[in-house]
Ligand binder design. Structure first.
Ligand code: SF4
Length: 469
């Protein structure tokens, strides 16, 4: 019988059906970090339990690390305590830790793929919402809560409800200045931030197939922002080429054997779906969020919606967002003054993102009233960027060049918005208070658009900047 990738991976990892209808699913790879694991280890200790498969668990530190001065002990006592707790816990359990001295530290969703830990056909779990990123490789990857982190540490299993599958075909060619970030913002705008509840999103179509692995990760990363439990892309030669030679991927003949199996872990051509959506890639334009959830976005040359533009049920949310942001419905987004530009995060902190942003800022300078920073997604990304001289391009343009971490995506370190500042950000969430100030305002956009906003000092259309208009 024809199956989707989700069904194949699910069936291959199902331990048993539980009496409540859930499936007990074996987790191939568990990624942990300093924020959601300490309580899980405490719960484990309180019950006298041990980590069942330490060799299937990998730890790193990302959310709380300072990006300017990473010497230990950290100046922030709470951050130092969190990292020390993680170090004690992994040492006690025999879990591998990719720490600041490893050369492999970084945002958990950046380092898994770049090390080759993330592979097609796997089940992956991590105590972080954006674990869906790993679905770019044809893995089924779940963001989980702290009590589930405990469950996975103790049993290497999760109890999960069945999921429906929505196939989203993106067809046609993306225009100049339009990136994977614009595609996923378009999908979320069209289907809504809750449109994916109960679903896995399968992204397909020739526009997705042409994308690099970095771009595919950007797409899958934000599945959760559309309400989907997981997002994935069927693995293909692009996937296998990316993994070949990665440190933790199978090597030599084992790699060839793995590819043979990976090729079978994709949706059958005649698989049936619970829903199908088609998106015209050519119609997508550079996109900017204007509100307080990632579905509240407009094309850069559009105007903000007015109350009368939306369904009555959506008016309260629209008005709340306009009031919080201090905008007026019907105003253009282009020309909105920004105070901060943030390039980084697990959505857009990879080498190709920095290359695109550097292309825009090369030979230009950050506007005098803007503070701008680049935070590479991992130490490997940072080192590779420095080998290409991207750090110099950014610093000569007036950006701060920082150490790897989550940084201002979530502001659990010192990198924060102040007061009502407006931030052009390549991250994934524009919720109230997300970037450290309860009244700060976040505009999500592609890295190239962030770079363009940084030099212009306001929201601009990167296509016009590139053409010297
Ligand atoms: S970069 Fe942001 S979204 Fe990604 S793991 Fe870090 S805090 Fe979460």
């Amino acid at each position: 019988m024809s199956q989707t990738l989700l069904q194949k991976v699910w069936n291959a990892h199902a331990v048993r059906r539980l009496p409540n209808g859930q499936t007990q699913l074996f987790v191939g790879l568990h990624l942990i970090h300093e924020v959601t694991s300490p309580q899980a280890f405490d719960m484990l200790r309180a019950r006298g339990w041990h980590v069942r498969y330490p060799e299937r668990t990998v730890a790193t530190v990302d959310h709380i690390v300072p990006t300017r001065d990473q010497r230990r002990p950290f100046l922030d006592v709470m951050a130092e305590d969190m990292l020390s707790a993680l170090e004690r816990n992994v040492r006690g359990a025999g879990i591998e830790m990719l720490d600041l001295s490893s050369g492999s530290q970084g945002i958990v969703h950046v380092i898994g793929p770049e090390l080759g830990l993330t592979q097609p056909g796997m089940t992956i779990a991590c105590g972080d919402s954006h674990t869906s990123t790993h679905g770019a490789f044809g893995a089924v990857a779940f963001g989980i809560g702290t009590s589930q982190v405990r469950d996975v540490l103790a049993s290497q299993c999760l109890a999960l409800d069945p999921l429906k599958v929505r196939r989203i075909d993106v067809r046609g060619r993306l225009g100049e200045g339009v990136y994977a970030k614009d595609v996923i913002l378009e999908i979320i705008r069209r289907l809504g931030v809750n449109g994916g509840v109960g679903y896995a999103y399968e992204y397909a179509g020739d526009a997705i197939e042409r994308m690099s692995m970095d771009e595919r990760m950007t797409i899958c990363n934000m599945s959760i922002e559309g309400g989907a439990r997981v997002g994935y892309i069927n693995p293909d030669d692009t996937t296998f080429d990316y993994l070949r030679g990665r440190r933790r991927a199978p090597q030599g003949e084992a790699f060839d054997r793995a590819v043979a199996w990976w090729r079978s872990m994709r949706s059958d051509a005649d698989a049936t779906y619970d829903d199908r959506v088609t998106i015209d890639a050519a119609a997508i334009r550079p996109t900017v969020t204007w509100g307080i959830n990632p579905g509240q976005s407009v094309y850069v040359d559009e105007r903000l919606p007015k109350s009368g533009d939306v369904e009555p049920a959506d008016r309260a949310a629209l008005d709340e967002a306009l009031v919080f942001m201090g905008w007026t419905g019907g105003a253009p987004i282009k020309g909105t003054k920004i105070d901060v530009a943030f390039l980084g995060s697990c959505t857009n902190g990879r080498l190709s993102d920095l290359r695109e942003a550097a292309r825009v800022v090369r030979g230009r300078h950050v506007a005098p009233h803007v503070r701008a920073m680049v935070v590479p997604g991992s130490q490997s990304v940072r080192m590779a960027a420095e080998r290409e001289g991207l750090d110099r391009v950014f610093t000569e343009a007036g950006f701060d060049w920082r150490g790897a971490g989550c940084s201002m995506c979530l502001a659990m370190n010192q990198d924060r918005l102040e007061g009502r500042e407006v931030c052009a950000s390549s991250s994934n969430r524009n919720f109230k208070g997300r970037q450290g100030s309860p009244t700060g305002r976040t505009l999500l956009m592609s890295p190239a658009m962030v770079a363009a906003a940084a030099v212009a000092g306001e929201v601009v259309d990167v296509r016009e900047l590139a053409n010297g208009r």
